[in-house]
Ligand binder design. Structure first.
Ligand SMILES: *Cc1c(COP(=O)(O)O)cnc(C)c1O
Length: 408
């Protein structure tokens, strides 16, 4: 096999032409700031598509998460339960407000926050009032169960649907299950504005507060009058033009991503691996990234320090490090699973809760817990994300499958 001449990417933006027309319209009418028709239309279309009353366009998903923390009234020292195996942007905004993230282990059915571990966390910390759940790689978490646990404990739920735009759970769009919901238009998401994000809510007062905070919190006065802390978090009308142009293609992108996922599943059916899972009777993912998990007894020896990885090659077995290095040698881009937050040096002193045992682990699950690995450490150890770009051709994907096979 020869290396790919054109790099095969994990996920890149897919433009259609309408984006440029809307950018041009903003330019020609001189609506080049943070007000204009593109913003209004992008907000209207998203609210209608997702089935929420209000969508507020912001500069990023991270900004939307930050304002969600303010809406949830996180105060310095407040503990907040959150997904552990996710992009750091799910968690950092808790810390911006002085909150203390408490990481919750995952489950094997969807790779998301484990409801049993969340329940355990409320036993350990009954006073916690906020939960942040992410839908990993476009697969919804067990959102009904998580919502019910939050309700039972009087906690508000922030749904980080940054990766799951267009995915449904029990027939309902993700980004509607939280009290505050977040989507992202970052450059490698399924729909992109090059950057950008939105906060979704059914509450008009919430939407109004977010609009105000995101534009420096001006009061109604003849001059710049301020009673509250403000932020420069509003989406630009140029970016909104890209988003507005992309939105009609969400279903098409999902269909392409689904085809990629299914070809991988078929291609790997004789290998000791499984694809990132979902529960077909309750959910339809958006298939943002296709990932695989190597069976425990098919793992060759792999060790990871903070900055490096090494493995020992073994016939019939493989490991994420070997597959990622081999893909790279053929000019194809894969990625490790998000390294769990409880294993990150910056968060090592934060509590981490697992459903079994005493449910509590204060540092890295491998080193200090003295008990079985957490679900998340295990998925990080055995899993990886495959090239999932919707412009990848079938021929290219067939070669990716052959490359992965050659590692075993
Ligand atoms: C991309 C992403 C975000 C952040 O979105 P930005 O728009 O890049 O700020 C938050 N959470 C998750 C899970 C993400 O994947």
């Amino acid at each position: 096999m020869k290396p790919f001449e054109k790099k095969v990417w994990l996920a890149t933006p897919t433009m259609h032409g309408d984006e440029l027309a809307y950018i041009k319209e903003a330019y020609e009418t001189n609506w080049m700031s943070t007000v204009g028709k593109n913003i209004n239309e992008a907000e209207r279309i998203v609210a209608e598509m997702i089935g929420v009353q209000h969508a507020v366009a912001l500069s990023s998903g991270t900004a939307a998460l930050h304002l969600s923390m303010k809406l949830a009234s996180i105060k310095p020292g407040d503990k907040v339960f959150c997904s552990d195996m996710t992009f750091a942007a799910t968690v950092n905004p808790i810390v911006y407000e002085g909150g203390l993230p408490v990481f919750i282990d995952g489950e094997y059915d969807t790779w998301n926050m484990d409801p049993a571990s969340l329940e355990k966390a409320f036993e350990l910390y009954p006073d916690v009032k906020t939960v942040v759940v992410a839908n990993l790689y476009g697969t919804p978490a067990k959102l009904d169960e998580i919502r019910a646990i939050c309700d039972a404990h009087g906690a508000s739920l922030i749904e980080d649907a940054a990766e799951s735009l267009g995915a449904t759970y029990k027939g309902k769009q993700t980004g509607t299950f939280g009290d505050y919901n977040v989507i992202s238009f970052n450059g490698n998401k399924i729909i992109t504005g090059s950057s950008g994000g939105m906060l979704l809510t059914d509450d008009i007062d919430v939407a109004n507060r977010v609009r105000k905070w995101s534009t420096q919190s001006r009061e109604n006065a003849p001059w710049y009058q301020h009673e509250e802390l403000g932020y420069n978090y509003r989406m630009s009308n140029v970016i909104a033009g890209v988003v507005r142009g992309q939105l009609p293609y969400l279903a098409e992108h999902i269909a392409q991503k689904k085809a990629i996922y299914e070809r991988y599943r078929e291609g790997f059916k004789d290998l000791p691996v499984t694809m990132n899972p979902f529960t077909a009777d309750t959910m339809e993912p958006n298939y943002w990234l296709s990932c695989l998990l190597i069976d425990k007894d098919a793992m060759c020896k792999q060790v990871r320090s903070d900055n490096e990885a090494a493995y020992i090659k073994e016939a019939g077995k493989s490991c994420p490090t070997e597959i990622l290095e081999t893909l790279a040698s053929y000019n194809a881009e894969g990625r490790p699973i998000w390294k769990p937050m409880h294993m990150q040096p910056i968060f090592r002193m934060h509590p981490f809760v697992m459903a079994d045992g005493d449910g509590r682990c204060r540092t890295n699950a491998y080193i200090d817990c003295g008990k079985a690995d957490s679900v998340n450490a295990d998925i990080f150890h055995r899993g990886l994300c495959l090239p999932s770009d919707n412009k990848m051709t079938e021929t290219e994907q067939t070669q990716v499958i052959e490359i992965v096979k050659s590692c075993f």
